[in-house]
Unconditional design. Structure first.
Lengths: 126, 126
DNA sequence: GCTTGCGTTGGAGTGTACTCTAAGTGTTAA
DNA sequence: TTAACACTTAGAGTACACTCCAACGCAAGC
């Protein structure tokens, strides 16, 4: 897959893909005529990275994880611990967002009541 | 309440509080001897803003909402629509994060299996 | 009166994650 | 063969949300 195709597939810019490679999130993509050729493995990797990025995981943490992967089997436990830690971070973020969701719902409902009341008054006034 | 007290209460820096005020998220706090005195209303406001900020709402959107509040009752419907829209944004973010959570859980489990297998091999080898 | 502590200001600086630019290469289609 | 198009690079620029700095103000306690 070319960079253009990957860019379209995931709806991210080519610049971002090159940036991730430069930062070491994607291991050096093989090249044909000086152009990137993304393998199935690369695609899977990008998919994971994007999923974690949208969940708010930093590039630094992701890089650390990828680096551990590169270092081979010996780092399996460390990698596992890193993922458990990050899952916890995501978990508390979800809780914060649910809290915000509820606060918003409460306010939205309040506006609904207000608008309803106003409407009634208008009808009454006619 | 002084800026120092509010800063401690919410665990944010005084700079951030002044920054939010400058950006118009908190309406001009009254001053005694040129020092900010936060009212109960200010505190409630800050609480809401921080809740939305941790949920990822941008300062720009928050400012828009606060501006509408300032403009009075006439903007109630517009405010409500803004909140509904933002609730939707938060909702999809929660879904993305839950997706990431599940992906992580899957990987963590995979590492668990791997480590278990490795352990068995070590025992076998002894 | 002097130090300490808490505050003030405008404006500069920082970190993160892109995003854009300029100048160039290599393939394809008319 | 020339134009269009997709790609390459290094490096500069941008957006967002703070965060820090220097220089100063004011009140309390020693």
């Amino acid at each position: 897959m070319t960079i253009g195709e990957v860019s379209k597939k995931f709806n991210i810019s080519k610049d971002t893909l090159r940036y991730y490679e430069k930062e070491g999130l994607i291991n050096q993509v093989s090249k044909m005529n000086n152009r990137r050729e993304y393998s199935e493995h690369d695609i899977e990797n990008i998919n994971f990275i994007l999923c974690m990025r949208t969940a708010g995981m930093s590039i630094e943490i992701l890089k650390k994880y990828i680096d551990l992967c590169m270092q081979g089997d010996g780092t399996a436990e460390e990698r596992r611990n890193l993922l458990i830690e990050q899952r916890e971070v995501i978990c508390s973020k979800i809780k914060e967002m649910e809290n915000a969701y509820n606060k918003l719902s409460y306010k939205i409902d309040f506006y609904y009541q207000t608008l309803l009341k106003k409407e009634k008054e208008i009808i009454k006034g006619e």
